[in-house]
Write a protein that binds this ligand. Structure first.
Ligand SMILES: Cc1cc2nc3c(=O)[nH]c(=O)nc-3n(C[C@H](O)[C@H](O)[C@H](O)COP(=O)(O)O)c2cc1C
Length: 319
């Protein structure tokens, strides 16, 4: 297992509650970490770096009261259009965070200051070329964005992507996209990933910052209702078709040309978009974070037990 033992010992299930613009806040992070799942939030969800500082203090205080909790992982958009990158990074360094997940760009500018405080860095990547660059920089983990992931998605097939990266990387691999239950999480591990990202399912929880209409839309949707659009952040994202259809007559939405590339201000001005990945087919109710994690852990353990039983009956058959 390439995940550090110290981290593995703090998890009840090998899962990260993925960072989500607008959706993830301190309540979701605290609830996930309490239950032994890495909680994450994009730093830009706090309106200012000052608010981020308060959020981190709140999370640290709440988790200090829990005997064994998972680490939390702030998510930094490292793209040059993020005007708050330097201030948010300094705030994370002041708080001595243990794990940071970078997205939309090279982690290079943030690696040295985070390493200096002993923080692990996972970088999200959507191609083998990006993975190779991040590996060369010495990241501790890679988040592989694959086809059907919620938010700004990848397009690689998860089977091929995990196998190709595992061949050249001994560090932590996190599979992002399509993990709709504990069985899929177990399958990701069989494939060679250490951890899974689960985003969409955490939107439909009591502790997310999503509004009730959005949560209900996720319960009603299936993977057939997910469409790709560059409308939100300038690069392809998975959105709920009902939300896109509603914007169709909206002049402001039509103003954006299709392939301008990522811009942080554009992402933030569309922060209330209803995104969801193919894993939406696994959303059938709004649950508490604790219930969702308990259910996922049960599915994961049952799937592992079934595969052990299958292996031992195959051995019996050979004898
Ligand atoms: C509403 C929404 C917002 C997202 N915002 C971010 C973000 O700010 N930063 C980031 O790294 N990933 C973001 N993502 C991607 C998720 O972290 C994760 O890759 C994805 O949700 C995993 O796929 P799943 O939704 O199928 O589980 C977002 C996803 C969703 C659904």
């Amino acid at each position: 297992m390439s995940i550090s033992e110290a981290l593995a010992n703090r998890l009840t299930v090998p899962l990260i509650a993925a960072p989500m613009t607008e959706v993830s806040g301190p309540d979701l992070v605290i609830a996930a970490c309490r239950e032994g799942v890495v909680g994450s939030l994009p730093t830009h969800n706090a309106a200012t770096t000052g608010e981020l500082d308060h959020w981190l203090t709140r999370i640290e205080t709440a988790l200090s009261e829990v005997p064994r909790s998972a680490p939390f992982a702030p998510n930094l958009v490292v793209h040059r259009s993020n005007r708050r990158l330097r201030e948010d990074l300094a705030c994370l360094v002041d708080h001595g965070v243990e794990l940071v997940i970078t997205s939309v760009g090279s982690p290079e500018p943030v690696l040295a200051p985070l390493r200096a405080i002993g923080c692990q860095v996972y970088a999200d990547v959507a191609t083998l070329q990006h993975a190779a660059r991040a590996i060369a920089l010495g990241v501790d983990g890679l988040v592989l964005l694959t086809a059907g992931a919620g938010g700004q998605t990848g397009w690689a097939n998860p089977f091929s992507f995990v196998r190709a990266v595992r061949e050249r990387f001994d560090g932590t691999i996190v599979l992002a996209g399509g993990i709709s239950d504990g069985v899929a999480l177990h399958a990701a591990q069989v494939l060679g990933a250490d951890l899974g990202y689960m985003g969409t399912k955490f939107i439909a929880t009591d502790e997310s910052r999503a509004d009730n209409d959005y949560r209900r839309a996720l319960v009603e949707a299936s993977l057939d209702d997910v469409v790709l659009s560059t409308q939100v952040g300038g690069i392809p994202a998975s959105l709920l078709k009902c939300w896109v259809d509603r914007q169709a007559g909206d002049a402001a939405a039509a103003e954006h040309p299709a392939s301008e590339g990522f811009r942080q201000d554009r992402l933030l001005s569309n922060r209330t978009a209803w995104s969801g990945g193919h894993s939406v087919s696994g959303v059938d109710a709004v649950l508490s974070v604790a219930t969702l994690i308990e259910k996922t852990a049960r599915e994961y353990e049952e799937s592992r037990a079934r595969s052990v039983a299958r292996d031992s009956s195959a051995v019996q058959a050979v004898r």
